[in-house]
Design a protein around this ligand. Sequence first.
Ligand SMILES: Nc1ncnc2c1ncn2[C@@H]1O[C@H](COP(=O)(O)OP(=O)(O)O)[C@@H](O)[C@H]1O
Ligand SMILES: [Mg+2]
Length: 247
Amino acid sequence: MLEINNLSVNTLDKEILHDINLSIGDGEIHVLMGPNGIGKSTICKTILGDSNYQITSGTIKYNNETLNDMSVTNRAKLGIFLLNQNPITIEGVTNAELIRSVLSQNSKEQINIFKLNQEMVDVCNKLDIPISFIHRNINEGMSGGERKKNELLHLWMLKPKFIILDEIDSGLDVDALKLVAKSINEYYETYKPSILIITHHLDLLEYIKPKFVHVLENNTITLNGDISLAQKIAKDGYNKANVVEGN
Ligand SMILES: Nc1ncnc2c1ncn2[C@@H]1O[C@H](COP(=O)(O)OP(=O)(O)O)[C@@H](O)[C@H]1O
Ligand SMILES: [Mg+2]
């Protein structure tokens, strides 16, 4: 479904990613790990089409369609969704307004406001967030944990097919982590999307079981494996995992 071939990416004329190859099939769950500042979020934002990142070579294809020059909006319309590491505040736009606007753009049918509202109430209850969030400005005045849950509200309402979770587990307390992980798991069981997870921790992976693990080091993907690779990294760190794998 998502095919990244020989992808190199620059930001501010500096090469951040070099010759990345990654293929994520329908309904597959992949994890990307790597030290801080190595380019994990850069991959996520490049897939989404953030103009701060320039593709200098290679291709990103989604269902055989090349994304390289496609707008962020059109990528979102294809069902690609990023749960940001640092969800941004959007002043003057409420959750309800955004969700209604996106859904009405994507659908030819008239949106039933009453039904939509009821669906948002159900999702808020499921995520243990107050229903007042529905009419609050996006992420404004929300704590770190609340922002991540607010992103999940968008996820459940917009029902994307390809989800990127960029450190969704960072800054969450144990209860919030459990709830977020369960919610993603339930979403996966319901809609069977493809998922790319960025994380440093095994906790999340105990709930959402990935089949494929990739490690990003020195601008490129250096290791590919299964969950045992993630376990090795959690235990020994990146350098040792590399040595053990190399043997
Ligand atoms: N918009 C940007 N402008 C300048 N430098 C950036 C930008 N985005 C990322 N970088 C740099 O690219 C490198 C990789 O960043 P990032 O992808 O956020 O790493 P990670 O998510 O793996 O921690 C870092 O050195 C970071 O400072
Ligand atoms: Mg990051």
